[in-house]
Ligand binder design. Structure first.
Ligand code: SF4
Length: 426
């Protein structure tokens, strides 16, 4: 790109106003020549911008959205604009049980319903206990409060010195960039703030958090999350990344996102060209089930990995969704094939109405035990409990270390055989 044209682009990207809003409330032009937030106005759109639909997506689109073009289906703005947000809409695609119907219609949910048409194409029409359906479609269980549940179980609000920022660990902060997600997971830890007005977007709203990082030289790592930061327009993402990257003591930036899973069309070449300007940049992706690994998601991850962005996955252990060794093994193997390293397996946080999703901790240990030794080390995530009250992530391991005896460490391997290791003697 010509130097001057590049400067003009950066100028345009940074010139968004407080009126810019996340896609939940933004008025997105229906003129397809403008739906990439003006990038093509300065002539920088590269070829092969869009991710092609798989044959499964095409069949779904032709059945349910015959009036639209393939180009529209592949537009992330079209996907956001046409997301399913009501039981009336959802019942056109899925045979809802009476329990699901009354749950969606009940206004007491902490989280609204939102599913992109793409992700909806992965949901079983007639099976209410299908894994992905369980993660997206509300049930009455969400309205049942159980012992130990809390709306902000990690006490993030308590560790928030300025709006939009959580500082819980000594050398890193969580930057809550937006409260919007393109699909709402029924087990979301941050259901107390996503889809609410608690998170503000824009230059002025972010400034106190950016200033806080500037004034705290101990912060070497910034995790941008929300909500889902990659649902923001390119200009917002570029502004935030460039503002944080300019702070000399910030060594690395991470972004937490579920976009490659629920809205892979968002991983445009324009977005990737922005992201790769801010290395070292890491992406923590959110996967729940092997069915999420589709050709579209694989292509989105390929684009990100080819841009040199390390990809890790975070998975919440969910009853009836991924709580078997086989499902988890399929998931972690599928992730490695698309160049995503399984990073964390989280015990489900006790948010209100989450009992139907939570397993015994022993189940998580059983799954880790069923992976260690039986598959590639790279495939094994660290199983953690995010301690209620803000204690941070605490790793859990099955019993491999059995103690010490006569200067030897007693160890148990993955086949339950005992071994002795001569410990170092001073
Ligand atoms: S994508 Fe993440 S932040 Fe958004 S609803 Fe799901 S778990 Fe919550």
């Amino acid at each position: 790109m010509e130097e001057k044209q590049h400067e003009k682009l950066v100028y345009l990207l940074n010139e968004f106003s407080e009126d810019d809003e996340p896609p939940s409330i933004i008025s997105i032009s229906t003129n397809t020549s403008e739906v990439s937030f003006g990038l093509n106005k300065v002539g920088v759109r590269t070829g092969n911008e869009r991710i092609s639909p798989s044959s499964r997506s095409k069949t779904f689109q032709e059945k349910h959205f015959p009036q639209i073009t393939e180009k529209e289906w592949n537009s992330w703005q079209w996907q956001v604009r046409n997301s399913i947000t009501s039981h009336v809409q959802l019942s056109k695609f899925v045979t809802l049980t009476s329990e699901e119907l009354s749950a969606i219609a009940n206004p007491q949910h902490a989280l609204p319903l939102r599913i992109t048409p793409y992700y909806l194409s992965l949901i079983a029409e007639n099976n209410p206990v299908q894994a992905i359906r369980r993660t997206m479609v509300p049930t009455l269980n969400e309205l049942v409060m159980s012992c130990g549940e809390a709306s902000d179980p990690l006490s993030e609000e308590h560790f928030s010195p300025v709006p939009n920022l959580v500082h819980r660990y000594p050398d890193r902060v969580l930057f809550l960039a937006t409260g919007f997600c393109s699909a709402y997971c029924r087990y979301c830890t941050r259901s107390h703030m996503v889809a609410k007005d608690k998170c503000h977007v824009g230059i002025k709203a972010w400034q106190p958090a950016i200033d806080y990082i500037k004034n705290h030289p101990e912060v070497r790592d910034v995790l941008i999350s929300g909500g889902d930061p990659l649902t923001m327009p390119d200009s917002h993402i570029e502004y935030l990344l460039s503002s944080i990257r300019q702070i000399p003591h910030v060594e690395m930036i991470r972004i937490g996102t579920k976009v490659p899973t629920v809205l892979p069309q968002r991983i445009t070449r324009s977005l990737v060209s922005i992201l790769k300007r801010y290395h070292p940049l890491y992406l923590s992706l959110h996967f729940a089930h092997p069915d999420e690994i589709t050709p579209e998601t694989a292509e989105a991850c390929r684009r990100l990995a080819d841009a040199g962005i390390p990809l890790g996955s975070q998975t919440v252990l969910l009853k009836g969704v991924n709580d078997t060794v086989k499902t988890m093994k399929d998931l972690v193997h599928g992730l490695l094939k698309i160049r995503v390293r399984p990073y964390y397996l989280y015990q489900c946080d006790p948010i209100p109405g989450s009992a139907h999703f939570r397993t015994h901790v022993a189940k998580g240990l059983e799954i880790i035990k069923g992976l260690r030794g039986f598959t590639t080390g790279y495939a094994i995530p660290t199983y953690v409990i995010d301690a209620p009250g803000g204690g941070g992530k605490i790793p859990l391991l099955p019993e491999y270390y059995m103690g010490e005896e006569n200067g030897e460490v007693i160890l148990k391997n993955y086949e339950n055989q005992l071994f002795r290791y001569p410990d170092y003697i001073d």
